[in-house]
Design a protein around this ligand. Structure first.
Ligand code: THU
Length: 160
């Protein structure tokens, strides 16, 4: 028996001015995407912006449903949009942010577990890491160099 330690790393920025222009621009697009969120139930509007390898930016936002589990997170909306409309085009980065009518979102909004799993599939397939950048309405910004760094011991097609 042995205990293993798994480590991951992320860069934490104190404010937007520390980011590259590209990352700042992508977060601004993610904020724009929150405007098309449909979140009448949670009032938590999430926006996600993908930067493709051809420098195209595509947006997605969470879309809720009166039958709650039928709703979908912003990250999966945008990643499936990329898969459906731009197959084979690699994803360089994804930026995520959120606003809320109920609270002040002042800490970074990391993608949920199911979204991490979904993004991982695309990262594995494209054989190149995609960066994940996330923040709240205000506060610190977190950037990881890949999806796999957010999801240790993950499941992928190699098991099947
Ligand atoms: N949500 C996302 O869009 N992304 C996440 O990673 C976490 C949660 C959405 C789902 C739901 O519409 C609302 O936020 C509250 O959970």
């Amino acid at each position: 028996m042995k205990k293993i330690n798994i480590s991951t790393s992320a860069v934490v920025y104190e404010n937007l001015s520390e980011l590259s222009e590209e990352d700042r621009g992508l977060l601004a697009e993610a904020l724009k995407a929150t405007h098309n969120s449909y979140a009448p139930y949670s009032k938590f509007r999430v926006g996600a912006a993908l930067l493709l390898e051809n420098d195209q930016v595509i947006l997605g936002s969470n879309q809720e449903n009166a039958a709650y589990p039928s709703g979908m997170c912003a990250e999966r909306v945008v990643i499936w949009r990329a898969g459906a409309s731009y197959p084979g085009v690699k994803i360089k980065k994804i930026a995520i942010t959120a606003t809320s009518q109920n609270t002040k979102v002042d800490k970074p909004v990391g993608p949920c577990g199911a979204c991490r799993q979904t993004m991982l599939e695309y990262e594995v397939n494209q054989k190149e890491p995609m960066e994940i950048i996330f923040m709240g309405e205000t506060g610190k910004i977190v950037k990881t160099e890949s999806v796999v760094s957010l999801l240790p011991f993950s499941f992928d097609a190699s098991y099947l």
